[in-house]
Design a protein. Structure first.
Length: 222
């Protein structure tokens, strides 16, 4: 009896949670229950080294259009015993402001050796690594990779997620053949299912014909 009551409460909480999102947005695990998540900005494991403003829960939010397209990607990858792992999707504008504020504090370089060893922090704006607006805040951009479902390990893409440098460019040639093939696998399958790639980051894709092309949302990831 207790297990039934717990299940009803759990299902109700999911329903209530979804209803709180703006129209046109969904929690991705409601569409793709098998998707793997490592929301880096909810943790200390990111280029700043601390949780980012606006991330209050380890969950992924996207526009409904994006979620449906990602489901098709996940289904195709499953045939190869592979799956998606999401690092970030919808990003509140307050998180972007956190990035901007951090970038102006030049002596805060806690994660420099891991994420931007070759880039001076004073150049992050000029070189386009930090901006005052992000397509993620429109809800239709995702940062992701592919994992092997047998080993639960990420495919080797030749650089870590969010690395600031040319090594992260999809076309970067200073990586192995296997790493290049892994990048191209991700790129091809995302393009096939309606996403546009970003020339400077192998992990970043935006759905074509995004539903909110000029709206930057600020509700929290919760």
């Amino acid at each position: 009896m207790k297990s039934i009551s717990f299940l009803l409460v759990f299902l109700f909480s999911i329903s209530l949670k979804a209803q709180e999102l703006p129209k046109g947005f969904v929690y991705l695990d409601n569409i793709i229950p098998t998707v793997k998540v490592e929301l880096r900005y909810f943790s200390n494991n990111n280029f700043i080294g601390k949780p980012i403003d606006g991330y209050r829960s380890d969950c992924i939010i996207t526009t409904t259009t994006t979620a449906k397209a990602l489901k098709k990607v996940q289904e195709e990858l499953a045939d190869k015993n592979l799956g998606l792992k999401i690092f970030d999707a919808y990003r509140p504008q307050k998180a972007v402001k956190h990035f901007v504020k951090w970038a102006k504090v030049l002596d805060d370089t806690l994660m420099k050796q891991t994420y931007y060893p070759k880039v001076r922090k004073s150049k992050l704006f000029k070189q386009g690594y930090i901006a005052s607006l992000s397509g993620h805040s429109r809800g239709s951009s995702v940062d992701l990779t592919i994992v092997n479902l047998e080993t639960n390990k990420e495919l080797d893409m030749g650089s870590i997620y969010d690395f600031f440098g040319s090594e992260s460019h999809p076309s970067y040639t200073g990586i192995t053949k296997d790493q290049q093939e892994n990048r191209m696998l991700l790129r091809k399958i995302m393009i096939k299912h309606g996403f546009n790639p970003y020339k400077n980051e192998w992990w970043h894709f935006t759905i074509r014909n995004e539903p909110f092309p000029k709206t930057y949302f600020n509700f929290e990831v919760n």
